[in-house]
Design a protein around this ligand. Sequence first.
Ligand code: ATP
Length: 220
Amino acid sequence: MVATKSAAVSTPILAVQNLKVWYGAAQALFDVSLNVGHGELVVLQGLNGAGKSTLLQAIMGLSPRILGVISYENNSISSWEPHRRAQAGLGYVAEDRRLFTGLTVQENLRVAARGDVDANEARVLALFPALKTMLRRVSSQMSGGEQQMLAIARTLMTSPRLLLLDEPCEGISPVLVESIVDALLLLRAQGMPMLVAEQNNLLADRADRVITLVAGQLSP
Ligand code: ATP
């Protein structure tokens, strides 16, 4: 792993060491170690089935069986329940987005909001201006890319201190991919650390670091 920001790497917000994950008897991750520094955008690449989702899920505490150390803000969180990790500031957007499809855009934004809701909403709508025009729309009536924006925006409403995104650009029209990449770059400029599983090179080209999983292992 090549570090481009030595200061960031010396004080990581997230440090994963020798992570192993199993589904039943099948091992999906083999001794994966990585860091995300404060303010760093790290893109995780790898073919389908390489283990990207498994890695993000393990960091969130959603994997059935793991070994290894996961440290966040200098706390070992490996034994924490997922909700405790979320409360501590880990913001996760799953590949399937998990929106409340019967609720409007604004209801989705507000349902999990923390802190100053109005200020948070103004901040996320500045990042995703397209959502501003559809606040009253039921989220089932949005395109895949619009839903993806809403899923990221909803997670931002919880005031996370680290974002974990699973393939935010997958299956999305090129125009909306550009909007999502722009929003993520703006977030990075605001200092948000991010670990993003993403095959689209538009984001990888702008990342601080790109790491690649091959069959459950980090490629050297
Ligand atoms: P994709 O881009 O297709 O989502 P990925 O890189 O995210 O791929 P994972 O979904 O993490 O890869 O899968 C890693 C390995 O773990 C694969 O061999 C997959 O079949 C297996 N796997 C993932 N989820 C489960 C599960 N719930 N039960 C059993 N095996 C699983």
